[in-house]
Design a protein around this ligand. Structure first.
Ligand SMILES: C[S@@+](CC[C@H](N)C(=O)[O-])C[C@H]1O[C@@H](n2cnc3c(N)ncnc32)[C@H](O)[C@@H]1O
Length: 303
């Protein structure tokens, strides 16, 4: 088993197989949670340790599944078959927040965690001066529509959700008439939508893009879809701490985003569920935007 290494690439962790590795990971995580200097609100999420104490058999079964059977079942060139994995997960849990949340925790615990997350999300929008009622929103990895609901309540009228699976889209389209949903893999870099958005969100999604090449493609797409001075709100870790990941997860850190989105300005990371929420502002100004738009069309098209 590899030891913990702050300088390893996330992909390296995927090579670490085995149930024992996973158990070690859980205990390292618990240790981190109890001894970490990170802000205390990170500890409000139910811990894996509590989940273990509550149902040791279920915990061990999930660990075996994530390190062996699941890894084999969803194996693919891209690390894992995300479309099939998330499709199966949403078929199993439907609109319940356990689907996009923690499958070791109850619906109530997941709902509580999401309620806290919504508060932090709205605080970030307020502190960053984002007027949601005037924002045009692209949500990457829209899942069960939890954030679509927040956006609607805040007065968003132009909303485009994308997700790698469309299993929940018929429910979402019924619940959010006027909002648009499209099946697309952000890690492929090819997302067939038109136009630009003033706000792009990617909440609890990046860790499920398990290769650097695909993360870079996703961030390039974010860059393409944002207006100059547009905002990008995403979740990340601040430092690499894990020796082992489940097959559908990896650990990206803020630096991975900073390196790809050069010249952008990044707001302070806020504790958010078991990670951090960050708001970044794309470089450029309104004049650049106009120039880019004008140069993209022939004079005849501009008329
Ligand atoms: C942990 S869930 C989070 C869902 C939602 N953002 C939330 O916070 O409730 C991850 C979501 O990202 C989607 N997803 C995973 N990989 C993706 C990809 N490459 N492109 C688009 N969506 C992806 C999954 O289908 C799932 O809806």
């Amino acid at each position: 088993m590899k030891s913990r290494c702050a300088c390893a690439e996330p992909g390296d962790f995927l090579a670490v197989e085995g149930f024992l590795g996973y158990i070690a990971w859980i205990f390292l995580r618990c240790k981190d949670a109890s001894s970490s200097s990170q802000p205390s609100s990170r500890k409000t999420d139910v811990s894996h340790f509590q989940s273990f104490l509550r149902n040791p058999f279920g915990f061990v079964w999930r660990a075996i599944y994530k390190m062996t059977i699941g890894r084999w079942k969803y194996a693919s060139r891209n690390g894992y078959d995300a479309e099939r994995f998330w499709g199966d997960r949403f078929r199993k849990y439907g609109l319940n927040l356990v689907g996009p949340g923690h499958d070791g925790f109850s619906s109530e615990e997941n709902e509580r965690s999401y309620r806290d997350a919504a508060k932090v999300f709205m605080e970030v929008c307020r502190d960053e001066g984002i007027d949601l009622s005037k924002s045009t929103v692209l949500e990457i990895g829209c899942g069960t529509g939890f954030y679509a609901e927040l956006f609607r309540s805040a007065g968003v009228t132009t909303y485009q959700g994308i997700d790698i699976t469309d299993v929940l889209f018929s429910d979402l389209r019924q619940r959010f008439p006027g909002f648009r949903f499209l099946k697309a893999d952000i890690g492929s870099g090819w997302v067939p939508i038109e136009g630009e958005f003033s706000l792009v969100t990617m909440i609890d999604v990046a860790q499920h893009i398990v290769s650097r090449e695909r993360l870079d493609a996703a961030l390039d797409a974010v860059d393409r879809f944002l207006t100059p001075q547009g905002r990008f709100i995403f979740t990340t870790e601040l430092e690499r701490t894990l020796a082992v990941n489940a097959f559908y997860e990896t650990q990206w850190i803020l630096n991975d985003f900073l390196e790809r989105l050069r010249g952008w300005s990044f707001g302070p990371p806020r504790p958010f569920r078991d990670k951090y929420l960050v708001c970044a502002t794309k470089k450029g100004d309104a004049h650049d935007a106009l120039t880019m738009r004008l140069s993209a069309h022939t004079p005849k098209e501009r008329e």
